[in-house]
Ligand binder design. Structure first.
Ligand SMILES: NC(=O)c1ccc[n+]([C@@H]2O[C@H](COP(=O)([O-])OP(=O)(O)OC[C@H]3O[C@@H](n4cnc5c(N)ncnc54)[C@H](OP(=O)(O)O)[C@@H]3O)[C@@H](O)[C@H]2O)c1
Length: 342
């Protein structure tokens, strides 16, 4: 056990803080990738200062971004339009980033994300139920403050079930709604996705560590005899409705024989309603998992932050792609993810 303790770092690093830091840094990295401008391959370093000064001005307009095009754009948006082709940086294999950008995997490898998600849920279920070695390692490194402000066991159970449902549904959909496609994503994106879903499987229960550690779990604990709280009454239906809406979106996108502007009623006012639904699913989990006396579970809130940043940028790219491929009028009046919000 001591060897394992040493292997994963100093005792001061609280697992909750580590997870929050991971989600925030991932969101910041995605943001940075989205805004760093494209520099030509032969760009002389003496002009760097001048270009940096122009960067701030450039934030207000559409920025051609080499990092974004290399690593963040995936799926249908990678298919060519004249503007996208012009923006795409010429791959110069001499730099590491350019070399990394040549590593692509099929978009359908999204399935791996949901395999990771389900495996993470199953792994932690057994760890929490038996208070296994991995759980004990986490609990031993938890700060006293975090152990005191713990979610209840019922909250842990409900939230774990909902996240497992989400991972399981997405896994099932990615098999059921798979269609032939040559669209791709970067290996960096794939790797970040796998890491995210494994981290989310832990984030969902980690603020309940105090209750899990100090309880003698029996079958009676799993019985839910209390009436649901107002929070549960609001958030569980929100989770279920958004899951249903997202499922309908995926089913409709699957039914399209070629790339078109979706004309299903759900898509008529929103470009990416499935992304909006995803954000509300994570919002409902962040609210449901709030420790007593807290409005929200901060670990799940940072998780939501990453999801929202990631999807907001992809939704914007999707709208740009529709405009370029099908004309400005095709999506001009549509919201990106959630009507009247974004
Ligand atoms: N939690 C997170 O951080 C996170 C991150 C990303 C995605 N997600 C979730 O994962 C789900 C899938 O996301 P995604 O980004 O892969 O969605 P997507 O890019 O919209 O693609 C979903 C499927 O629909 C197809 N498609 C998309 N637009 C189409 C169009 N205009 N015409 C015909 N077919 C179209 C795609 O085809 P191709 O196979 O040809 O590309 C793909 O099979 C979403 O619900 C999203 O919320 C979550």
């Amino acid at each position: 056990m001591d060897v394992l303790h040493k292997a994963i770092g100093t005792p001061e690093m609280d697992p909750i803080d580590t997870l929050r830091l991971f989600f925030l840094l991932s969101a910041a990295t995605v943001c940075e990738f989205a805004i760093v401008p494209q520099l030509p391959n032969d760009f002389p370093s003496s002009k760097l200062t001048e270009r940096c000064a122009n960067l701030f001005q450039a934030f207000s307009i559409s920025i051609p971004s080499s990092l974004r095009t290399r690593f963040l754009v995936y799926g249908p948006r990678t298919t060519s339009t004249p503007a996208a082709t012009a923006e795409r940086p010429e791959i110069n294999r001499s730099t590491f980033l350019d070399y990394l950008a040549t590593w692509q995997v099929p978009h359908r490898y999204f399935t791996h994300f949901y395999i990771a998600s389900v495996l993470s849920s199953v792994f932690w279920f057994f760890q929490l139920a038996c208070r296994g070695t991995a759980f004990q390692l986490v609990a031993a490194r938890m700060s006293e403050e975090h152990l005191q402000q713990s979610m209840s066991l019922t909250q842990v159970l409900i939230c774990w079930i909902l996240l497992a449902i989400q991972g399981g549904r997405r896994l099932w959909e990615s098999y059921k709604f798979a269609k032939p496609s040559s669209s791709q994503m970067s290996v960096a994106h794939w790797f970040l996705g796998i890491t995210f879903y494994m981290a989310a499987g832990m984030a969902i229960w980690v603020e309940g560590c105090g209750a899990i550690r100090s309880y003698n779990l029996t079958l009676d604990d799993i019985k839910m005899t209390n009436a649901p709280t107002a929070r549960t009454f609001f958030c569980v239906p929100l989770f279920l409705m958004m899951s249903g809406l997202q499922h309908d979106c995926h089913h409709f996108l699957f039914s399209l024989k070629k790339y078109t502007v979706p004309d299903h009623p759900i898509f008529r006012t929103v470009v990416c309603p499935h992304y909006g639904a995803e954000c509300l699913i994570y919002l409902s989990l962040a609210l449901l998992a709030a420790p007593p006396g807290h409005l929200v579970n901060k670990t799940m809130l940072t998780c939501l932050g990453f999801v929202a940043v990631n999807l907001a940028l992809t939704a914007r790219t999707t709208k740009d792609w529709y405009k370029e491929k099908f004309g400005l009028a095709s999506v001009q009046d549509r919201w990106l993810m959630i009507p009247w919000v974004y």
